[in-house]
Each structure stands twice: as structure tokens, then as C-alpha cells.
Design a binder for this molecule. Structure first.
Ligand code: SF4
Ligand code: SF4
Length: 360
């Protein structure tokens, strides 16, 4: 079995048996950038009004409890996780437990010490958020012009060190013009690049969203253009053929399944926020239990119970475009405060995605 097959197998078994095989530790909500579309970023002062970051020892103890409960894969994220002065201590303690660790970072704070640590204890991969291809874009969107050079330097140093690096990007009004250059940079350096299918509103900070986000139609068009730039010829043909099948309404051939049954959240996966709240996933943060007071195992059992009772919009479970649409329980919950209500903006986004791809 290849690595991806093994991972899929572990995920499937975890979800079947309600074993928390995949976890996310959100080490902080602080960040050295302040991206306008960020759903989590808080300053130290803002953080102190709502909670207290888990300590080094609390994260390490949680890691042990989670491993005992079955965790195999761990994502370390933020905010910006490299901002924590104890990042190396937390990372090395967790990886020595045998975990396959992925790190999400904006790459701007990569130090020689962290790089050396990654070379000695190799992460499964490092996901780097790249939000533009100029100082101007970083200044406008991320509030830090120097972020651009630092991000590029960090990405290239990790690539040169032989680490597996992936790029993640999110398109907004302030960086959509950089799309072609982001993709060109990724191709030049042979780095896989993905874009966020949906930009969540600031669900876990108090920042007011401004006019940065794309409209649903613009989001669909941007996703289609991004796919057209990144897919190879065979993949493009497959995508178009798939869309044609959907339009011709052949649900049996599309192997439709409820999104909840394909989602790991609260079935084999969990997320723990910087202040110790466990959620099924980072975007389903209305549902939370505190691991500080309950302990890992009890918090996991509670999380599984919530997800078991979740209901999805009936429009979505029977929708022929389901597999082309990024809507999910978390999107419905965020927009409608209920998982069973359809989000019309997502239908508009999917419609625009399909029409744009067919027009190429
Ligand atoms: S780099 Fe990531 S965590 Fe930091 S502000 Fe931007 S989106 Fe938020
Ligand atoms: S949000 Fe709309 S397009 Fe997406 S799966 Fe639901 S009904 Fe279909």
C-alpha cells in the first residue's frame, strides 16, 4: 500500500470506529501578519480578553492523551505557530511520540534553528500560505510589506532542505490579480498549490469583515480559473466530462454520498483551539467542549455525540452538483447558525464555477 492509501485506510477505519486518528492543535491565534480575511487572528490583548493559550506542557500532555486514544496524524496550525518561542520544544516532543506531523505556516518566521529541527525530525509536510507575489499585495492584504520577501525566502529554504512543501492560497479582491504569478511561482519550483474553496467569515475573532472578500459569483469564477491554470490536459478533460454528467443528471454514476459521511470531523478527526476548546473541525466552532476541564477522552466522546446528531440541508444531500460544491455542515452553520439550512451563496458559487469552466 502507498502512503496515501495507508492514510486513507487509517482515516476510514478511524471514522468507522470513532477513533480520533487525525488531530489539529491550533497553537496560537496570534500572528505576525494581519490578513484582512483571517477567521482566527487575534492580538495578544484580544486573546487575553477571551482566554489563555495552552502552555508548552499542556500541549505535550494533550499529545500523549490523544496518541493513547489513537491519534496518528497531527496538524500544527495557528495563527502563526512558529510565533511561539516554545514551538521547537512542542514540535520535537510531539514528533517523538511517533506522530506524522503537518505544519501550517506563513513561512515568514522560519529561523535556522527551526529549519534544522525540521531536517532532523522531518514533518510529513509543510503547508505554506502564500497570499500574493509582491510587497504591495502583502502590505495591502496582510498588513506587512516585508511579509512577501520573508515568505518566499522561507519557502525556498525549506524546498532546498528537501522538505515536502505545499502552497495554499486564498483569493480576495486585494490579491486576485496575483493568481497567475502565484501559479507560475509554484510551477517553477515544482510545488503543489491549492486555493481555499470558500473564505469563512471571521468566526473566531472580533474583526469586522470589510469589502475584501469576493462575491459568490466571483469566487466561483476564480476557482474555475485557478483550476484551469493548475490542472493538466487529462485532468481538465475529466473535470469537463464530470460536469457534463452532472448536468445530464446521472446521480447513480456520480456515486453520490452524504457530505457528512465523507467528512472526518467528529468521527475520526478533532480540532483543539489555542485556548483548549475542542471542535469537530476548526470551522464548526459553535460546537465546543473544553479539554482543560473535561480531559481529552471525555471531550472527544462529547464531540462525537454532537456530530452524530447533525443534519445536512436536504437540498445538498440530493444535489447533483454536490461533488463540485464546497458547501458543508460548517458553511451552513457559519452562515445560517444551523447545519440543515442550505446556503444560497454556495449554489451561486457552484453555478459560476461550472459555467466558467465550460466557457474555457
Ligand atoms: S497568515 Fe494566516 S493566521 Fe496569519 S493573519 Fe494571515 S490568514 Fe491569519
Ligand atoms: S449548496 Fe447548493 S450547489 Fe452546493 S450542494 Fe447544496 S444545493 Fe448543491
Amino acid at each position: 500500500m502507498s502512503q496515501p492509501d495507508i492514510k486513507q485506510y487509517v482515516f476510514r477505519k478511524g471514522a468507522e470506529k470513532r477513533i480520533p486518528v487525525s488531530g489539529t492543535f491550533e497553537l496560537t491565534s496570534r500572528c505576525n501578519l494581519s490578513c484582512k480575511m483571517c477567521y482566527v487572528h487575534m492580538t495578544k490583548d484580544e486573546q487575553s480578553k477571551v482566554g489563555q493559550e495552552l502552555t508548552t506542557q499542556e500541549w505535550i500532555a494533550l499529545g500523549r492523551e490523544a496518541v493513547d486514544a489513537g491519534m496518528v496524524y497531527l496538524l500544527l496550525t495557528g495563527g502563526e505557530p512558529l510565533l511561539r518561542p516554545d514551538f521547537i520544544e512542542i514540535y520535537t516532543s510531539l514528533i517523538q511520540m511517533g506522530l506524522m506531523i503537518t505544519v501550517n505556516t506563513n513561512a515568514t518566521l522560519l529561523t535556522p534553528e527551526i529549519l534544522e529541527c525540521f531536517q532532523k525530525y522531518r514533518p510529513e509536510k509543510v503547508n505554506v500560505t502564500l497570499y500574493g507575489m509582491s510587497e504591495e499585495t502583502y502590505g495591502d492584504l496582510c498588513g506587512n510589506t516585508r511579509g512577501f520577501d520573508a515568505a518566499i525566502r522561507g519557502i525556498l529554504r525549506m524546498k532546498e532542505a528537501g522538505l515536502r512543501v505545499n502552497l495554499n492560497t486564498t483569493f480576495t479582491q486585494r490579491n486576485i490579480a496575483d493568481m497567475d504569478r502565484i501559479v507560475a511561482f509554484a510551477k517553477e519550483h515544482h510545488i503543489p498549490v491549492r486555493t481555499a474553496a470558500y473564505v469563512f467569515p471571521p468566526i473566531r475573532n472580533q474583526h469586522t469583515p470589510d469589502d475584501t472578500c469576493l462575491s459568490p459569483t466571483e469566487m466561483g469564477k476564480a476557482a474555475a480559473r485557478f483550476d484551469w491554470l493548475t490542472l493538466d490536459a487529462k485532468q481538465k478533460n475529466q473535470r469537463i466530462a464530470f460536469i457534463q454528467k452532472c448536468l445530464n443528471n446521472q446521480p447513480a454514476e456520480l456515486e453520490q454520498q452524504s457530505r457528512i459521511s465523507s467528512c472526518m470531523a467528529g468521527r475520526g478527526a478533532f480540532w483543539i483551539s489555542w485556548d483548549g476548546n475542542m471542535f469537530p473541525c476548526g470551522m464548526l466552532s459553535d460546537y465546543s467542549v473544553n479539554v482543560r476541564s473535561l480531559g481529552f477522552q471525555n471531550a472527544w466522546q462529547e464531540t462525537c455525540r454532537w456530530v452524530k446528531d447533525m443534519v445536512l440541508p436536504k437540498e445538498c444531500t440530493s444535489c447533483k452538483f454536490q461533488k463540485l460544491c464546497p458547501s458543508c455542515a460548517a458553511v451552513s452553520q457559519t452562515v445560517n447558525h444551523a447545519t440543515d439550512q442550505v446556503v444560497p451563496d454556495m449554489c451561486a458559487r457552484t453555478e459560476a464555477y461550472i459555467q466558467t469552466l465550460l466557457s474555457f
